[in-house]
Write a protein of this length. Structure first.
Length: 172
């Protein structure tokens, strides 16, 4: 389908388990559509070049930099943002609880993207070691924490998910 520049196009997809719709110009980034059209402000925008990882969301279960994806490309897909990690009752997921226990955030700007990457990665890597966690985190920039608390939180969450048999669950 060829999209006409400047024209607005309908976009429909599943966001954190519910159907959403809006209109987007062909060049509108998914990160901007999520934040400004849909109010999903947990998705942060840092570098706008896919380097910092702050804008990471899951698209059909896989971690994706939303600043490198166009909103129109989300048509018919499943998009999960950090807002979707908590349960319907607001209860924090295993990763979020571990981040809180290990003080794995300070300013919190990078946290949503790291959580979304870890949610994807832990679903596929149920028993990581510290080196593997650090390697996965190398795709994210955090200027506050030094990563120690983040690594401890990821390892603890992985262990909890293994005990609960919850790997691969959407909220992690």
């Amino acid at each position: 389908m060829r999209l006409k520049a400047g024209a607005r196009h309908p976009v429909r997809f599943t966001l954190n388990g519910r159907e959403v719709a809006g209109e987007a110009e062909p060049r509108l980034l998914l990160s901007d559509f999520l934040r400004h059209a849909l109010g999903a402000t947990g998705t942060h925008v840092g570098c706008e070049h896919g380097v910092c990882g702050a804008c990471t969301v899951r698209v059909d279960g896989r971690a994706v930099r939303s600043c490198l994806m166009l909103a129109v490309q989300a048509q018919g897909r499943r998009i999960d943002t950090v807002e979707g990690l908590a349960g319907a009752d607001g209860a924090l997921g295993a990763l979020q609880r571990a981040f809180r226990r290990h003080h794995a955030l300070q300013c919190g700007f990078c946290t949503p993207g790291i959580l979304m990457s870890l949610a994807d990665w832990l679903a596929r890597t149920p028993d990581p070691d510290e080196r593997a966690v650090r390697e996965m985190l190398s795709g994210h920039l955090c200027r506050c924490t030094g990563y120690g608390g983040i690594v401890r939180a990821a390892l603890e969450a992985a262990a909890e998910l293994r005990r609960e048999g919850a790997h691969g669950a959407p909220g992690v």
